[in-house]
Design a protein around this ligand. Structure first.
Ligand code: SME
Length: 166
């Protein structure tokens, strides 16, 4: 059994060091994309304070399709360029949204969500999908979260053999 540790770091830099060490321990012996992204979503949901949704959308046949997640049921398909996830996927840029109500086209899956971070996942120049994390707290995410989660995504990329989703 994998024991999820308690992370007691009092700053984001130390928090992400511990989170990413934990992710490595969780996925380093496994390359299956579904198993590893399911466990990664669980790890984020268990360990990140003040979040209400964490999970993945994958790029399939020209749109984003819901993957493993923790939180309330979410919308299944998101066209590229729509909402925060579709914008991250179409621009290749991390989206840090301080207030989702101010983001044009934001797709509300959980009415409690107030802020959001979405990281595009690319492997060898190919768009794989996005990692999406929502919070009920306005302004929950900043550049330190973007840096720590960029490392989180790079660890996924190191250990996972991504399928051809099309
Ligand atoms: N809010 C997202 C949709 C996905 S849910 O938050 C899980 C968006 O605007 O892309």
């Amino acid at each position: 059994m994998f024991e999820v540790p308690v992370i007691s770091a009092d700053n984001k830099s130390d928090f992400y060091k511990e989170l990413n060490t934990c992710l490595t321990g969780l996925i380093s012996g496994e390359s299956d994309w579904l198993a590893n992204t399911a466990n990664a979503a669980s790890l984020l949901y268990q360990l990140m304070p003040d979040i209400n949704w964490a999970g993945f959308y994958f790029y399939k046949s020209g749109e984003l399709v819901l993957g493993p997640f923790q939180g309330k049921p979410a919308c299944v398909r998101i066209p590229l360029g729509r909402g925060v996830c579709g914008t991250a996927a179409s621009t290749g840029q991390i989206q840090v949204v301080e207030d989702v109500e101010q983001f044009p086209g934001h797709i509300a899956c959980d009415a409690a969500s107030r802020s959001e971070i979405v990281l595009p996942i690319y492997h060898m120049g190919r768009l794989i999908g996005v990692l999406d994390i929502d919070s009920p707290v306005k302004g929950r995410f900043d550049n330190e979260d973007a840096d720590g989660l960029t490392h989180f995504v790079s660890l996924l990329n190191q250990h996972i053999i991504w399928p051809d989703f099309d």
